[in-house]
Write a protein that binds this ligand. Structure first.
Ligand SMILES: [Zn+2]
Ligand SMILES: [Zn+2]
Length: 243
């Protein structure tokens, strides 16, 4: 299994990093974890044909995590049409919000004309299988009204835990046990707004994290300024992680 980091930035594009998108290749599957606005350009820059995508897993409905879908849609409608459906998987409201977003961005003739897509809604703690990719979603503390999910992905005998956006949660200790990679957001060093991971908290939990590999992502300006001091591997756009 291979994870290609297409975008490891936060909502503000801190450090000039692309917004959230992680491309996974395993067996004959090709899918995204999150799809920020910069995803299509990052895929093209890395030389990938977007038509190869089987599925997109959305952690939560913030623009930096799902705002890239309309660009994939117009690519599939006008530039590189695809026959097989793209499986879009995300928390409750995903279908409505994605359709609304597409309508806002490309209304008029595009209304209602999505390329072939199939929506799958994830409920917290209910396992699902999409195109042979197993996912265990669980609710994380990031939004209050809407549901933000952490995603535990399993395929080809490998497991990836992706925090999505979240404050630090003891659930990560439980779900990280034995996984091959824990991709954990870490927006702040020690400041923060209470709905993102702070590095100082993560450091305290580090001895109890039993994942095989830990990579920090979604770094904000405060974290980037202190990058040299960090004791944990930090994601970079373009980084490829063999799992
Ligand atoms: Zn975010
Ligand atoms: Zn968010």
């Amino acid at each position: 299994m291979k994870l290609h980091i297409l975008g490891c930035g936060d909502a503000f594009g801190s450090g000039g990093r692309n917004q959230s998108a992680y491309l996974v290749e395993a067996e004959d599957r090709f899918f995204l974890l999150d799809c920020g606005p910069t995803t299509l350009l990052a895929m093209k820059r890395a030389g990938y044909d977007p038509r190869r995508l089987d599925a997109v897993f959305i952690s939560h409905l913030h623009g930096d995590h799902f705002g890239g879908l309309p660009f994939l849609f117009i690519e599939f409608l006008y530039q590189r049409p695809r026959d097989k459906p793209l499986h879009i998987t995300g928390p409750p409201q995903t279908e409505e919000r994605v359709r609304q977003l597409f309508r806002l961005m490309y209304g008029g003739s595009a209304v209602g004309e999505l390329p072939p897509v199939r929506f799958h809604i994830l409920e917290p703690d209910q396992r699902a299988t999409v195109e042979g990719i197993q996912v265990l979603p669980f609710r994380v503390p990031h939004q209050t009204q809407e549901i933000s999910l952490g995603l535990k992905i399993q395929l080809a005998g490998k497991q990836i835990l992706y925090s999505g956006d979240s404050a630090w949660s003891e659930l990560f200790i439980e779900h990280a046990r034995g996984v091959d990679l824990f991709l954990c957001e870490c927006s702040f060093y020690d400041r923060g707004t209470g709905n993102h991971v702070r590095y100082v908290e993560l450091l305290k939990a580090l001895p109890r994290l039993e994942c095989k590999k830990l990579v920090l992502t979604h770094l904000g300006e405060e974290m980037l300024a202190r990058k040299k001091e960090l004791a944990v591997v930090v994601a970079e756009d373009g980084m490829v992680i063999e799992i």
